[in-house]
Design a protein around this ligand. Structure first.
Ligand code: HEC
Length: 171
């Protein structure tokens, strides 16, 4: 009786594997995101790379807030400030034309007035990032997750999204 049970289980498992292979194939390409649709291609310009660095620090900061790792929150705040300090230099490089991000939002890189207006906004919002991340570090010292999260959200809203609102194409 026991033996028959074992055989039944083995046959059952083989049937499942065989069905899986015939319906999905060996490759399982869908599972790896390798579908026939146009893949999402990331840009690699100096400005988008800087933003991805800031974004990575920001994501790690949220993770640290969630688990209450306040030392990492403070460390990430420093990293964000450092990257924030590079914003003006990267987006308005001395003696060079502004990069493609500017034309992508329909602005003319040969119009000094348009550049001046955007530069003023960037000055304001890059300072907002530095200020907001400093504020997060201050609040993190109290070791209160909810309060620290609120200051994190304030940075996203008042610095990240506020700047994106004026400087990125709408999606
Ligand atoms: C001073 C303006 C400004 C601030 C502040 C700012 N961003 Fe950006 N961000 C931009 C611009 C402009 C782009 C588009 C860059 C490009 O296309 O080259 C961008 C692009 C991005 C991207 C897309 C990068 C990619 O793959 O193309 C991410 C993610 C991002 N920002 C995250 C953040 C986060 C997180 C913060 C806040 C901590 C932040 N940004 C603060 C202006 C800003």
């Amino acid at each position: 009786m026991k033996k028959i049970n074992q055989i039944c289980i083995v046959v059952f498992i083989i049937t499942i594997i065989a069905t899986g292979l015939t319906t999905h194939g060996w490759q399982c390409s869908e599972a790896f995101g390798d579908s026939s649709k146009t893949p999402f291609v990331q840009k690699s310009t100096p400005t988008s790379s800087l933003m991805r660095i800031i974004n990575s620090h920001t994501a790690k900061m949220l993770e640290a807030i969630m688990v209450g790792d306040f030392n990492t929150v403070i460390k990430k705040s420093n990293d964000i400030s450092k990257a924030g300090n590079a914003i003006m230099r990267m987006f308005f490089p001395e003696g060079k034309q502004v990069d493609q991000w500017f034309t992508e939002i329909g602005k003319d890189p040969d119009n000094p007035e348009a550049i001046k207006l955007m530069k003023d906004d960037f000055e304001k919002y890059s300072n907002a990032v530095i200020e907001a991340s400093g504020n997060i570090a201050e609040i993190a010292k109290n070791k209160n997750i909810a309060e620290t999260y609120e200051s994190f959200e304030a940075m996203l809203k008042n610095a990240c999204f506020a700047c994106h609102e004026v400087s990125r194409a709408k999606k």
